[in-house]
Design a protein around this ligand. Structure first.
Ligand code: GDP
Ligand code: MG
Length: 163
């Protein structure tokens, strides 16, 4: 069986952008989980000739802060169940938010391996924006940019160490 990598994080950090970068031109499969969430996207990625499954957990559309936190929580829990390694994605432009801190607590308790990816580090000048994310407690944050295709290899290398 392929190892499973799940991308977890609050809405709008860039999970789907990275998911699409990872799967490339391979098609994603949508799975509905009745009563829990919808639009879980499954795809296949490849790292150094090894295939892995990748899950984009962020397909749900919600309004209002309570709803957002609820869906983030549910998605994180599902990912924790299924994944061999989790990409915890945050947003360099937004900085650390309370939603990020809540996701961090869930991931801590899971004891699954977590790679902390700071998205929207679009150029080298922004690299110093990753440091505040050390406070989330998952070690070295990896700066990436889904928009510009920066750092994706470093992120996958760190994740593949847990395959
Ligand atoms: P998701 O809700 O976590 O799946 O986030 P999306 O992938 O839908 O992206 C949310 C927004 O962030 C979109 O407007 C993207 O175009 C934008 N975005 C994604 N990646 C980057 C990036 O690396 N840099 C910048 N500046 N914007 C990005
Ligand atoms: Mg999305």
């Amino acid at each position: 069986a392929r190892p499973i990598l799940a991308i977890v994080g609050r809405p709008n950090v860039g999970k789907s952008t990275i998911f699409n970068r990872i799967i490339g031109d391979r098609l994603a499969i949508v799975e509905d989980k009745p009563g829990v969430t919808r639009d879980r996207l499954y795809g296949i990625g490849e790292w150094l000739d090894r295939e892995f499954s990748v899950i984009d957990t962020g397909g749900i559309e919600v309004e209002g802060e309570d709803q957002i936190m609820k869906s983030v929580r549910v998605q994180a829990e599902l990912a924790i169940e299924e994944a061999d390694v989790i990409i915890f994605m945050v947003d360099a432009k937004a900085g650390v938010t309370s939603a990020d801190q809540e996701v961090a607590q869930l991931l801590f308790r899971s004891r699954k391996p977590v790679v902390l990816a700071v998205n929207k580090v679009d150029n080298i000048q922004r690299q110093d924006e990753i440091y505040e994310f050390y406070s989330l407690g998952f070690g070295d944050p990896i700066g990436i940019s889904g928009a510009h295709g920066i750092g994706i290899g470093d992120m996958l290398e760190a994740a593949a160490a847990h395959f």
